[in-house]
Design a protein around this ligand. Structure first.
Ligand code: TPP
Ligand code: MG
Length: 785
């Protein structure tokens, strides 16, 4: 790159810095929000990455490359997209406004082509690594896609997040030569100057994981000074100086800066800088490589040259670079005053009339921008798979069977399906066999970039690793599980190949990966995850392995449909339906109806349960009606009046339950019948879909000031205004709302304490889930009428 090109890039980055700064300023100072709450935004964090991002978009990236931008640099991203012509000017004054630019880059809500959402630090950083792992899988199975580089721009404090290191360490992410992380090494986090010089530790950690590490420490001015006789003294002192002292220099000028800089300096440094004038000393000693365009481009090229492992660039930067708040330890949320913005505008030769202009298309910077716009444009991707997932695989279960086992069997059947099979990809954090993926793995093999020799023969589990394998095994990191699932579910966009991703995890440890789960669904990803086994039916395993609040989590997570079937065929229908939705569902967007457009969470169990009651309901309702109701969220497993015609005039109660507790509920209903009480049993297959249906009608009523109706999904399974007992191997709260929805008293039973070891009956007794307690609860519900 010649000096002319560097000058052009410098002009562009100056405009990027101006726009990014002004976008935040406008959000805070030009707009009256009327709520008294500070709008906020991050001018200093943005400025820190201006050079690195200008270098990327205006001199390095190709159309197929994908980038995660650290959350607080979103104004820089939008400024760049605006200059490239991908963002309407009207958005620039609408950062953090409703319908405007999101505070942090959002795939689903921002209008200008965000590749990876970011926000919860660490997750967006790791996402491109899993996107690259996904690409490796796609290339191996569906033919090599045009080359992409997966880039993450990361704040240095993000490296404190454990999920970063879980991602870096996992064998599933090794060897990905198309990954580059750029650490915005400004040595500041939110509240503080990062203590000590941590780079050596981090470098060691990356290198131990097999990464290629590049440091871009000094700018050209400093490099030239080091090259002068005695310059090594200056270099040694700058390298050795505590971060805190170094950062304090940014707020100083003149003799005060010199004094502070030399405080503690070894002999010779003062002499070396003696003939450097006061007004040049500051810019010299703060001249860092992360703001040297040529040094950055050289670093990017060095990363490209290393193709057998991921690369990380530590770019030494200045938080607030080019702004009056540069390097100030409290600059994270600091905003320039209106006067400071006015000065900056004038310094850039802009006026109130021209401040939002794009670069003059006839100028060298404008011409370059036009070229880059062309070079970076990419055709939109097809999200749907265009295969027909069957309504059911017809798994038959005559003997008692658990949902976990059925789940494994359905996957094996689908793997055999001529259309669907090849798109299935499973993953698990070291729990594949204990969550019943063994059948699938035996059928499809385990994925490895190259064929691996198998050293042992196990007829129960054939663990053959090859590029054809369709199971990706991870180490025990639930964060990695959900990060990978999130990226597998976005491969239609990021790797031009839709997939049908299925993950399994022990249900209690869904919580361990929860933020990454949320990250995936916030990003619009679509996948199936099975939390299994769940609840206290995992009795012998004790409290640390029993999940109780996960049902609520599944119910409440936006972008997730939570299902908890009890019977084999119900699970079969629900799983086929979920994969069918993923294969063909519409794209998420800000304007799309909040239809079921997201991930599916199956909460399963290892408790074998008798399938006869389901067969009876099937005979009574017929396949078509039953399937429709199962998919809608609930069906009447036992109709008390049909089962016991003599109870036609008896008091009526209804018992609603999900999952593994249904045998106890059925026994309670039988006992109640003996006592002359008609007890319907409703199997709630998706509490989530029921709740959503209820909420839809309620909200409709609220918005139109009309009487809400009872939604069809509830009406077809439940009796209106009949007392209800809810029974759940989960916290009782998750189902407690059913009483309100039905206009009836409710007694919710569930597990509201930490678990402990025992047998299923022992623990059910402890939590009032045995038939006797359910009977008493029914009597209580009747008494509450
Ligand atoms: C998981 C999570 N915890 C906390 C925060 C709040 N937070 C936002 S930025 C930040 C520190 C950022 O420091 P760094 O990554 O170095 O970014 P920069 O210095 O470039 O602003 C924190 C703690 C967050 N966004 N996500
Ligand atoms: Mg930082």
């Amino acid at each position: 790159m010649n000096q002319h090109d560097l000058d052009v890039l410098d002009e562009i980055q100056r405009r990027v810095l101006w726009l990014a700064t002004r976008i935040v300023d406008a959000a805070n100072h030009d707009r009256n929000t009327g709520d008294g709450v500070k709008v906020g935004g991050h001018q200093a964090s943005s400025a820190s990455l201006v050079t690195a991002m200008t270098a990327l978009w205006f001199a390095h990236l190709d159309a197929e490359d994908r980038v995660a931008v650290k959350p607080h640099a979103s104004p820089v991203f939008h400024a760049i997209q605006y200059l490239l012509g991908n963002l309407d000017r009207s958005y620039l004054t609408r950062l953090r406004a409703r319908g405007g630019l999101q505070s942090y880059p959002s795939r689903t809500k921002d209008p200008d082509g965000v590749d990876f959402s970011t926000g919860s630090v660490g997750l967006g950083a790791a996402a491109p690594l899993f996107a690259a792992a996904t690409r490796r899988y796609v290339d191996a199975h569906f033919g090599v896609r045009p080359h992409s580089r997966f880039v993450a721009l990361i704040g240095d404090a993000e490296l404190d997040e454990g999920n970063i290191w879980e991602a870096v360490a996992d064998p599933a992410t090794t060897g990905l030569g198309n990954v580059m992380w750029l650490v915005d090494f400004n040595r500041q986090s939110l509240d503080r100057v990062v203590p000590g010089v941590r780079i050596n530790q981090w470098r060691g950690q990356f290198e131990a994981a097999g990464w290629h590490v590049v440091e871009v420490k000094y700018g050209r001015r400093l490099a030239e000074a080091y090259a002068r006789p005695g310059g090594e003294r200056l270099r040694d002192w700058i390298d050795a100086m505590p971060n805190e002292q170094y950062q304090s220099l940014f707020g100083l000028t003149g003799p005060a800066l010199r004094k502070q800089f030399l405080d503690g300096a070894p002999a010779g440094v003062a002499e070396f800088v003696a003939d450097i004038p006061d007004d040049e000393l500051g810019p010299l000693v703060t001249d860092l490589g992360g703001h040297d365009m040529a040094a950055l481009l050289d670093a990017y090229a060095r990363c490209d040259a290393v193709t057998d492992r991921p690369s990380v660039v530590f770019a030494y930067t200045v938080k607030g670079w080019g702004l009056p708040i540069a390097g100030n330890p409290r600059n994270h949320s600091a905003l320039l005053t209106t006067e400071q913005v006015d000065e900056l505008r004038a310094a850039y030769g802009l006026t109130a009339e021209t401040e939002w202009d794009r670069l003059d298309p006839a100028s060298p910077a404008g011409i370059r921008t036009g070229e880059r716009r062309e070079a970076l444009s990419r055709a939109p991707r097809e999200r749907a798979l265009r295969v027909t997932v069957p309504e059911s695989t017809r798994v038959r279960a005559t003997k008692p069977i658990s949902t976990q086992e059925v789940f494994g069997r359905v996957l094996v059947e689908l793997a055999r399906d001529g259309q669907v099979g090849r798109y299935l990809v499973t993953t698990a954090p070291d729990v594949a066999t204990s969550t019943n993926l063994a059948g699938f793995i035996n059928k499809t093999g385990v994925f490895a970039p190259t064929q691996q020799r198998s050293w042992s023969e196990d007829r129960m589990l054939r663990w053959t690793e090859s590029p054809a394998g369709q199971h990706i095994e991870l180490g025990i990191s639930e964060m990695n599980l959900f990060l990978l699932l999130g990226q597998l579910g976005l491969s239609w966009d990021l790797s031009a190949q839709p997939l049908l991703p299925v993950g399994t995890v022990y249900d209690p440890f869904v919580l361990r990966g929860l933020d990454a789960f949320l990250y995936g669904t916030y990003s619009g990803s679509r996948f199936v995850v099975a939390g299994t086994p769940s609840g206290i039916t995992l009795a012998p395993e004790g409290g640390a392995h029993q999940s109780t609040i996960t049902a609520s989590v599944g119910l409440e997570l936006p972008g997730v449909t939570f299902v908890e079937p009890a019977y084999a065929s119900a699970l079969d229908w629900l799983l086929c339906d979920a994969l069918g939705q993923i294969a063909g569902g519409p794209a998420p967007s800000a304007t799309a109806a909040p239809a079921e457009d997201g991930a599916y969470y199956f909460r399963l169990s290892t408790r074998p349960i008798d399938q006869a009651p389901f067969a009876a309901a099937r005979d009574r309702l017929g396949d078509a009606v039953l399937r429709r109701q199962v998919v809608a969220g609930a069906y009447r497993l036992v109709d008390a009046h049909q089962a016991h015609p003599h109870l036609a005039d008896a008091p009526v109660v209804q018992l609603a339950a999900s999952g593994a507790v249904l045998p106890e509920v059925l026994a309670a209903a039988a006992e109640l019948a003996e006592e002359g009480i008609a007890a319907h049993v409703v199997d709630v297959t998706s509490l989530d879909r029921l709740y959503r249906a209820w909420q839809r009608t309620l909200r409709q009523g609220v918005r139109t000031a009309t009487v809400p109706s009872v939604p069809g999904a509830l009406r077809s399974a439940f009796a209106d205004r009949v007392p209800v007992v809810t029974v759940h191997d989960a916290a009782s709260h998750a189902m407690a709302w059913l009483g309100s929805a039905l206009g009836a008293p409710a007694v919710p039973l569930g597990v509201d304490e930490f678990g402990q070891s025992g047998s299923v009956p022992e623990l059910y007794e402890l939590h009032d889930l045995l038939p006797g307690s359910i009977v008493n609860a029914a009597l209580a519900a009747l008494a509450l009428r």
